[in-house]
Write a protein that binds this ligand. Sequence first.
Ligand code: ATP
Ligand code: MG
Length: 754
Amino acid sequence: MSSQQSLLDGLNEPQRSAVTHSGGPLLIVAGAGSGKTRVLTHRIAYLLAERGVRPGEVLAITFTNKAAAEMKERIENITGARVANAMWVMTFHSACVRILRREGNRLGYPSSFTIYDSADSQRLMQLVCRELDLDPKRYPPKSFSAQVSNLKNELVDYDTFAGQAQSDQERKLAEAYTLYQRRLHEAGAMDFDDLIMVTVNLLHAFPEVAEHYRRRFRHVLVDEYQDTNHAQYELVRALVGEGGPDAVVPPAELCVVGDADQSIYAFRGATIRNILEFERDYPDARTILLEQNYRSSQNILTAANAVIARNAERRPKNLWSEQGDGPAIVGYVADNEHDEAAFVVGEIDQLTDDGVCAPGEVAVFYRTNAQSRVFEDVFIRTGLPYKIVGGVRFYERREIRDILAYLRVLANPEDTVSLRRILNVPKRGIGDRAEAMIELFAARERISFAQALRRAEDAPGIATRSLKAIREFVALLDELAGLVPDSTPAEIVEAVLQRTGYLSELANSKDLQDESRMENLEEFVQVAREFENTFTAPLAEDQEEAGPEEEAGEPTLVDFLEQISLVADADQIPDADEHGGVVTLMTLHSAKGLEFPVVFLTGLEDGVFPHARTLGDRTALEEERRLAYVGITRAQERLFLTRSAVRSAWGTPAYNPASRFLDEVPKELIDWRRAESTIAAVSSRPRMPSVPSRGRPRDVPTLSPGDKVTHDSFGMGTVLLVDGAGDRTKARIDFGADIGEKDFLVKFAPIEKL
Ligand code: ATP
Ligand code: MG
């Protein structure tokens, strides 16, 4: 068979020329669903099959780990060879971790460095700000965290920033950035942004390292290029190399694909500059446009085109589809968010009953995670199988974070944030005061927190009881560390749960929530087991060069932690299983690159989507509009657009007008199932939403202390106090360590007694 023919079958003319192009840089810019990702996949297969490229020479960057896995699988399907392991198909972050594990020691990082996620790094910033005695009202640590992240995405290091700082705010930020970075380095840790920035610095500072990777990666391909930030852009440049007369290695072949209209991460430092100016930065680049959309019916495409056309500063595109008009877009105005959720569930029920689609072919999108809660309620009530992508993620739950902190300390004893998290968890009598004394001692002696802990005897001001507890804690850590070399990750997890007393503390608790915590921990042991079963060791460099044969390596604790750190929200998308799969609920941001036969785009209200924060800001509004374009273009056959006349926000009803994006969809495309809310029609005065049309009426619960409740936004809580009577009843509810205690007027609070 001619493999070349089969590789190019199922591609249109411009797609083919993109797949077969060789030589200089290649930019493929095209609208949603025009086959950009498909072209990348086929191009890789073509390189391997027709151009004699070895798998080890390919670096393909995808937006999520899940996309990477899918791409590998698709390439394997095409090439039929087991090549996936030698090829680097991964996210920017994963690729950088690999490089840094090998080379990071040149910049003083241990090869088992810890990766701090955003919660860890915010915690560290808090500690740093406290250490610098910064007033949290004037210099909020959260905002400092975000600003440091932006600086890193722009590759501005703390020295440079300190040199430019002018205002008092900037000078304080520079101080915090500097100390934050020092503490990270001392802890042998990197935050997410460091992964990219440190790799770029490394490639710039050590030409031999850059040369090594340039020799290795002769083909660099990047999907979703519009969302690369400046640091990632420089990373690609450094890996590809400049070429020119002095270059030891000629530049790699670079192929990037993207759609400026889908750039939705400006808030994370992504910039469409990368795509708009690609041609300027790579003067010999060839640009290929794709105009035929293969994903969506024409109605959906027309709607998407009409919405995105409202953005200024964009290149007009001419996307068309051969799929025919398809069914009309369905619109629905709900009375309130419960009614909206009930409508969505009712429609899904109907579609699956009629055999139009399976649950796994349906996605429900919303602007912010908080909106998922109401949907979840209705899905649970009706028994429709669903999965939430993002939201309170499994790995963000308190008990999982606690155990992860133990594991991280075992992998890297200097990891201060993790160490301080578990210092007194479970409670062992090391109080805040003892912790503060250790911190002071560490600062005075210029040693790390971990080292200070081991010398606690020398630290002044620590009570004898605390000293004993600290000694026992250190001994416990040493005992656990002794197990690490000869145990699998799952065995280590189990040992931590048992020997720290974490599990028995939960088991002895009467709190219902602790029961579900135990279930989560059980699930976590399962995660570790699955990891062991599916683990394939990354090949050593020389093996990669040699070919795809596998060498089975034992999964280590560091491998396990790395995998967990790199799981992105969008990686929790369920696979359609044999039972027809489950409905996917996700934010619009996680939806990029995906497609579903049936899509519900919900919460189309000004103030919800577009987000309230963006209403007065033209640039921010344009980004919201791109998000709308992303959402609409995920749909293949059917699109539903819904909004709610009333939405309760923090216990008070909010009346939002229809989203401007809804008005931007041509009228004739929408078939309104209900064009106006009955509530809005009857009364324009704010009042509580009436009974949802399909769901159960929400009773005003009678509460007493000790009762368990769920709150739409805060989750499960325990009633502490009840005050007043009737409509004026107030309750104080404890939602656990992360959210804390909150007071409510029971009548208006979206709570239900369990
Ligand atoms: P997005 O911008 O949303 O990431 P994309 O441009 O990457 O979209 P793909 O996901 O590659 O688009 O393709 C969209 C759909 O169209 C996929 O189901 C893909 O298999 C299909 N497709 C692409 N090109 C062709 C083609 N030439 N013939 C048939 N189907 C195609
Ligand atoms: Mg794509």
